[in-house]
Ligand binder design. Sequence first.
Ligand code: GDP
Ligand code: MG
Length: 300
Amino acid sequence: MDHKAGFVAIIGYPNVGKSTLMNALVGERLSVITHKAQTTRHRIKGIVSGDGFQIVYSDTPGIIRPGYMLHRTMMSAVFSALADADVILLMTEPGVDFSEEEILGRIRNAGTPVILAINKTDKKEEAVVAAETEKWKGILPEAAILGVSALKGTNLDRLLETILDRLPASPPYFPKEDLTDLSERFFISEIIREKILLNYTDEVPYHAEVSVNEFKERKKGEEDIIYIQATIFVARESQKAIILGKGGAAIKKLGTDARKETEAFLGTKVFLELTVKVEKNWRENERALRRFGYWTDEGE
Ligand code: GDP
Ligand code: MG
């Protein structure tokens, strides 16, 4: 059998460009990208099927010191991606020191091929990238090391070759036309969450979670329209007031931004209804975390 297939875990610190890279490799916007840290909360799979191969990427939350229970479950998403990876793609950027000995230990002892991608080379001098490469040769001598720019698409063809060289022989895991294992509902909740990150400041976005409750196709005259009802959960009344804004102005803008992107994503007209609810301290509440899907197949 010469078909190759396998799972590639993309891991690294927040903001190094993991989600940008996965979206570039898959050719679709699957993962939320913003300049804010901790945008990716779940493990999101992106699938690339080609002639004789299938690569299943897992974008993961950035590696952070677990503080809140939410952070601990985010870290379990990183570890579970590591555990079933055929190839580990550790991502970094020049000038960032990676000091997670526990993670490095797991990577070295996993018996899994490791690729170290030094991202954002578009922002740095060649000499800086070369020095960074030397530094990493010392840390992970077995790893294939290459500089890339996820944003500009630089060296991604070589990265793909490097991954394919390390991919085991296996039949495909998913139908060839699939891009992801997640539902449209999930992506819509991610779009709304991304717009919350972009529209609000300070702690509000980090205390907000979104659940899509209804997703119905309706005919409106000749037109197809999708009716979506989503609830934004926040941890406190004061955060609810901020989400709503004066006279509801803020949530109106949020709704418009999210609707436009959802329409582009689904390719149809959308009617989006947003509701805000207070779910006290949901980040420390196991039942709430389960409801938001943080404990799914991730163990714990
Ligand atoms: P993640 O937290 O690792 O998933 O990082 P994101 O993919 O969300 O990206 C974080 C920020 O870095 C965003 O503002 C991206 O536009 C930016 N970024 C990602 N890749 C590159 C790159 O190759 N070059 C530059 N200059 N910026 C990048
Ligand atoms: Mg991300």
